[in-house]
Design a protein around this ligand. Sequence first.
Ligand code: HPA
Length: 249
Amino acid sequence: MKPLAIIGGTGIDELEGLEVVSSHRIQTPYGEPSRPIQEGRLGKTTVYFLQRHGSPGAIPPHRINYRANIWALKSLGIDGIVAINSVGGITEDMRPGRLLIPDQVIDYTWGREHTFDEGEGGELMHIDFTEPYDRHLRMALLAAADSAGIAHEAYGVHGVTQGPRLETAAEVQRLARDGCDVVGMTGMPEAALSREAHMPYASVCMVVNPAAGLGDLPLTLAMMREILASEAAVVRKLLSELLRQRETA
Ligand code: HPA
């Protein structure tokens, strides 16, 4: 079985427990990925790890070279990508500390290099994006969460805003009316590029704050990082279980 890749977000700078065996510095037609891709073993399984904000986490969401990241991961011959995203919670169940494995996305980003289609291939790339996340990979994540006893939401809409600023209260109300359950800044165009690259892709969203206007406290990075630290441990457990189940499948 070909290995999976994990894309880490804020709070997941390293994949704890990953025994790194090599580091791949890959040049792509789109430039360099956020940082060299680590190849390692988690338990018995080979896995690749890329931190999308680079190291030490300095690239803001709108400056990430999503095309280089996806191209580079694909070039390693992987089987699929599990993306970790930290998000603000909008609907009632999406309280800080909750995990969501979203099934839908709404893209509010703009001005990002969002496609591999430069109009030069002779064929238009109108990918089917009705279901933005890979069904099998999503199901595998849900099965892993169930068997590891990890509380999670199995369906939800991931709204992706441009950032790097957080939203206004009115923007969050609009996202709620649109049907978004959570809001983050890095889920797109990553998911669409993966589909264009024929690469199964699923997301795990960690809710780290109530979205703007929904909580009692001002939104600070320090507060998000505190939640992130505990949620990151849960995500690691989820990933270990996912890999273990793939190993024994
Ligand atoms: N909005 C957008 N992105 C985020 C948030 C948020 O509230 N929290 C973490 N990433």
